[in-house]
Design a binder for this molecule. Structure first.
Ligand code: FE
Ligand code: FE
Length: 276
């Protein structure tokens, strides 16, 4: 009995200590994620985003098949994602498997889930993390508090410039927003540019394009910019997000037969080398 009590007291002391320590670390400024976002929010302003769009608008970086891009994810672990400690190719298969479980007939959705992060090949061109990964946000208007670590936006050159003014009109439509450049926009652009080499439609291309725009799809910001029809994109992106996120928390084993299934599916949906 004495031992039980002693153990209980120890237990409480541990939790009290943990509670105090977590309270002190409220802003979690000592994590790699905080450091990553602090740098991103300082460097990624409107001018930077426009220059990145221009840099990747020619699709002259390389020629490769979608399968080659997928295989490049074997050696890559996303440095910005605290929940993801497996190679990105495993994350790709797991995301697709989640979708397949819910929608076994929707092959295009499964493919979209499989390829959604392949824009991360930007790393192979030597791009720093803030040009490839992380939650995205809209430039040319006020930064909403729904951006992760919103206080770090104050270091952005546009913070005061677009505090009161906004370069967009109400209901201008999602497609007209200038969103911070990363793996979403890059893969979307590649697929649009090579539209004759695959069967993906706008429904799934939009899921890919907006999947990191958390302040919008999860935070509820930027609603004023949506035009009629954008609510369907939001619905699709939110559903896509459930496959993307849950696969990290509830890992699915990826064996050879799973890989073979998607190998065939890619043959069905993609044709030859694309320009990246
Ligand atoms: Fe992603
Ligand atoms: Fe993902």
């Amino acid at each position: 009995m004495v031992f039980v009590c002693y153990e209980k007291i120890n237990h409480y002391i541990f939790f009290l200590y943990y509670f105090i320590m977590s309270g002190l670390r409220n802003y979690k400024t000592d994590t790699p994620q905080y450091k990553f976002y602090k740098e991103m929010h300082e460097k990624v302003d409107l001018a930077h985003t426009l220059s990145m769009r221009k840099k990747y608008s020619k699709y002259d970086k390389c020629k490769m098949t979608i399968k080659k891009a997928l295989s490049m994810m074997d050696d890559f672990i996303d440095p910005s994602d605290p929940d993801l400690d497996v190679p990105n190719s495993i994350h790709a298969y797991q995301t697709a498997e989640r979708a397949r479980k819910r929608y076994p007939e929707d092959k295009e959705l499964q493919i979209a889930c499989l390829i959604h992060d392949l824009g991360k090949v930007l790393f192979s061109y030597g791009e720093p993390s803030y040009n490839v990964v992380g939650d995205t946000y809209v430039l040319g208007c006020k930064f909403p508090d729904t951006i992760v670590y919103p206080e770090t936006m104050e270091n952005n050159k546009d913070y005061f410039k677009y505090y009161d003014i906004c370069i967009y009109e109400k209901n201008c439509g999602l497609e007209n927003l200038i969103i911070s450049f990363g793996h979403d926009e890059y893969l979307y652009g590649v697929l649009k540019h090579n539209k004759d080499l695959h069967k993906m439609t706008d429904r799934t291309l939009n899921m890919i394009r907006y999947h990191s725009l958390y302040p919008w799809h999860t935070g509820g910001s930027y609603d004023d910019f949506m035009k009629k029809g954008d609510e369907f994109i939001l619905k699709d992106v939110l559903e896509f997000n459930s496959f993307d996120l849950y696969s990290k928390e509830d890992p699915i084993e990826i064996n050879q037969s799973v890989k073979d299934y998607y190998d065939k599916l890619l043959d069905e949906y993609f044709l030859g080398e694309m320009e990246w």
